[in-house]
Design a binder for this molecule. Structure first.
Ligand SMILES: *Cc1c(COP(=O)(O)O)cnc(C)c1O
Length: 446
């Protein structure tokens, strides 16, 4: 690897990134949908296949997770207008903001209360289906609620699942795997909150704790899976299945926006702001959104100033060959869901031609936004999930944001724009913890 100084000379933005200042980057490798998609190994059929699989599992999900019955076993979250927060943002950042503001509440997804209830659960289900089909417990035409039986749980108990996580992925995979009957081990990084570990232990999930960060937890999970026969490792750094599970969100979102009479077309651009850790969640969703909206959909990633791994990987083109620590950035953030020092290569390379840009946001700003959203909309999110909220402000005030709007001839369309902020987690945070977050934001806003 070149020495850091050489990289900074080549890409001056890295100067601010290394100083953990907030930055906004518009992606020079962004391409039109038609050109960008030609380079990819995944397509619309892969997403549809994932959607179909989730449909097959819906009767089972509805049976074992009663909170999903209202949607017939579909694990989905609402989209809500946030016009009071829109006003509040204009005031906070002293800048008028055009367009419509919507919040995608993955914070309130059933089962595990975060975006990980998409990819994480999907991959466990896919693995379970593969095993059950292979061993004659199931055919694709069966009602999958038959999996909720002593016989099937006994069958699955011969198999184990392992995963490395900062908390939320472990929560999703742990809950789903345990429900099916799998033996499951979650390797938790130092960031993982005690309440998440306690919750999983109460469901019989094995927890292994590390004092190191997420990359170490993943590495150890991978090792466990290699040494144990019948152990399946869910690889957050490389998994196509996780990615496709997340991508299904886009197909459903399209329907939700239509139901809300929200138009997305040539004159009504859609901007989406996605909090990013290792990249699978936001990458999968962005991939799906580009399939749905092509050049009318503009996706931006948001990362903490202390964990900008995806941005570092994209700017340098090094992807997983670089960590924020190698650039002297500590990867310590209150946004525990985003506390990742090394990004996914698979996601970085897949998203490279599709992503409009990316920005970083400080922890203090996340807490202020947490409190502001609670005050204006009565919606409580975990710190990570606020990273997207500041996106429209960044886009319209930062130099590279304004240039992006200019270059893509969007300036006079901004009044018709739809800003969709992806709220990625929070509904399962214990009340006392949420209260501390809220008070922190109050203090910082004074
Ligand atoms: C995991 C997570 C993300 C980001 O997903 P990645 O796949 O790690 O990029 C965003 N927000 C929350 C709350 C998360 O738990």
């Amino acid at each position: 690897m070149k020495i850091i100084q050489d990289w900074i000379e080549k890409y001056p933005l890295l100067n601010e990134l290394v100083a953990t200042k907030e930055v906004f980057w518009s992606n020079p490798k962004y391409q039109s949908f038609q050109t960008g998609f030609k380079q990819l190994s995944l397509n619309e059929n892969d997403v549809k296949d994932a959607e179909e699989r989730l449909k097959r599992f819906a009767p089972y999900i509805a049976k074992v997770f009663p909170e999903t019955r209202e949607l017939n076993g579909m694990i989905e979250s609402p989209v809500v207008p946030i016009s009071a927060m829109h006003q509040k943002l204009s005031h906070m950042y002293e800048h008028p903001l055009e367009g419509r503001f919507l919040l995608k509440c993955d914070s309130h997804l059933p089962i595990s209360g975060s975006i990980k209830a998409r990819g994480g659960i999907y991959e466990v289900l896919k693995h379970a289906e593969t095993l059950a089909l292979k061993h004659g417990l199931l055919t694709e035409n069966d009602d999958y609620s038959i999996l909720d039986s002593e016989k099937c749980r006994n069958f699955f108990s011969q198999y184990s699942i392992a995963v490395g996580s900062t908390g939320n992925l472990g929560l999703s995979i742990g809950i789903m795997s345990a429900q099916l009957g799998f033996k499951v081990t979650v390797h938790m990084s130092a960031d993982a909150k005690k309440w998440k570990k306690d919750l999983l232990k109460s469901k019989g999930v094995m927890i292994v704790e590390y004092k190191e960060d997420y990359s170490k937890a993943v590495e150890e999970g991978r090792k466990q899976a290699q040494s144990e026969p019948n152990c399946y490792f869910i690889d957050d750094e490389n998994s196509r299945d996780l990615f496709l599970g997340y991508a299904v969100a886009a197909i459903r979102l399209k329907k939700q926006l239509e139901d809300l009479n929200v138009t997305v077309d040539e004159d009504h651009p859609l901007f989406v702001y996605l909090p990013c850790g290792v990249g699978g969640g936001p990458g999968g969703v962005a991939f799906g959104l580009k399939l749905m909206y092509q050049d009318q959909g503009h996706c931006f990633f948001a990362e903490p100033t202390h964990s900008p791994c995806m941005l570092l990987g994209l700017v340098t083109g090094l992807h997983d060959q670089v960590s924020v620590q190698e650039f002297g950035i500590d990867n310590i953030t209150a946004a525990d869901g985003l506390a990742v020092g090394r990004p996914s290569r698979f996601v970085g390379q897949t998203i490279e031609p599709l992503l409009s840009g990316s920005y970083t946001v400080s922890d203090n700003e996340l807490f202020k936004l947490l409190t502001a959203l609670a005050d204006t909309e009565n919606i409580y999110l975990e710190p990570s999930a606020l990273a997207g909220v500041i996106g429209p402000v960044k886009l319209s005030t930062e130099q590279q944001g304004k240039e992006y709007v200019q270059q893509h001839h969007l300036k006079d369309k901004m009044k018709n724009a739809v800003h969709l902020i992806w709220a990625t987690g929070g509904s399962m945070v214990p009340a006392e913890t949420m209260d501390e977050y809220y008070k922190k934001g109050v203090k910082l806003s004074l």
